[in-house]
Ligand binder design. Structure first.
Ligand code: CAA
Length: 260
């Protein structure tokens, strides 16, 4: 089943997996407020729908997204940026509780790179280019770029990317830890869907708490992170899916998780 929005195309691909394509090819998928708004709506629907367990987000072969839409940005003054509705959309995307996998081909720049970094897993085609070129426009990343990039690739690489604006290759992105796997460009989406399918058949509550726990570790000290992990692990002890997972292992069969 496929649903078309003005700037997105959303496909129900397989059990539990939904694919979202950014669809403004003429502008290299530059992110408008409307596009981020549609992404928020799709995420609201996906969060509420039990049958959707994992989202895959992609662009096209030429561009994941070339950044915030510069034409739209040019019209915003200081007050416009202070009251920018995009902030709410970014927050909504960052709060999405189910796994989000980004399948990146082509340019992934500025807000596009920031969007990819909202994903839990980034897979890239060999020709992908990641960058934060805002400095060339006399501005700086404003949708998490300085913070998420720092955490993903470390200080030196983050500084180099943010201060020079020069993009890095898929290979550099993988070596730095921004990207988990590199694929042939024509296989990036297929591979991302396979990773998503592998997650979609796991126990949803375990997936949700495991995601939360890893994310917690990104912005807290080790002791607090370990406390959170222990708590989440203990909570899962009360789930039917834990019983099912262990029983299936002992009975040498595939588990059937139902999200309870
Ligand atoms: N915003 C709006 N339109 C964009 C765009 C963007 N970020 N990036 C590309 N486009 C448009 C171009 O204007 C062009 O449209 P027209 O044909 O109507 O002129 C079309 O997409 C194709 O682009 P190019 O002709 O430039 O394609 P290219 O292959 O020669 O170059 C590119 C590709 C190197 C990515 C180049 O387009 C580019 O440098 N784009 C801007 C990248 C950038 O600076 N991104 C950061 C934006 S700021 C930001 O993201 C801030 C934030 O989130 C907070």
């Amino acid at each position: 089943m496929t649903k078309r929005y003005a700037t997105l195309v959303v496909h129900k691909v397989s059990a539990g997996v939904q694919l979202i394509e950014l669809n403004r090819p003429a502008a290299l998928n530059a992110l408008t407020t409307a596009m981020l708004g549609e992404l928020s709506v799709v995420m609201d629907l996906a969060e509420a729908e039990d049958d959707i367990r994992v989202l895959v987000l992609t662009g096209n072969r030429k561009a994941f997204a070339a950044g915030a839409d510069i034409k739209e940005m040019a019209e915003r003054d200081l007050v416009g940026i202070l009251n920018d509705p995009r902030q709410q959309h970014w927050q909504r995307i960052s709060r999405f509780p189910k796994p989000l996998v980004a399948a990146v081909n082509g340019v992934c720049l500025g807000g596009g790179c920031e969007l990819a970094m909202h994903a839990d897993i980034i897979l890239a085609g060999a020709d992908a280019r990641f960058g934060q070129p805002e400095i060339n426009l006399g501005i700086m990343p404003g949708a998490g770029g300085t913070q998420r990039l720092l955490r993903a690739v470390g200080k030196s690489m983050a500084m180099q990317m943010v201060l020079t604006g020069e993009p890095i290759t898929a290979r550099q992105a993988q070596q730095s830890g921004l990207v988990s796997e590199i694929t042939q460009p024509e296989l990036t989406v297929e591979r991302a869907l396979a990773v998503a399918a592998s997650i979609a058949c796991k126990a949803p509550l375990a997936v949700r708490l495991a995601k939360e726990s890893v994310l917690k570790g990104m912005d807290t000290d080790l002791a607090s992170g370990l406390r959170f992990e222990r708590h989440a692990f203990t909570v899962l002890a009360g789930t039917a899916d834990r019983k099912e997972g262990i029983a299936a292992f002992q009975e040498k069969r595939k588990p059937e998780f139902n999200g309870q």
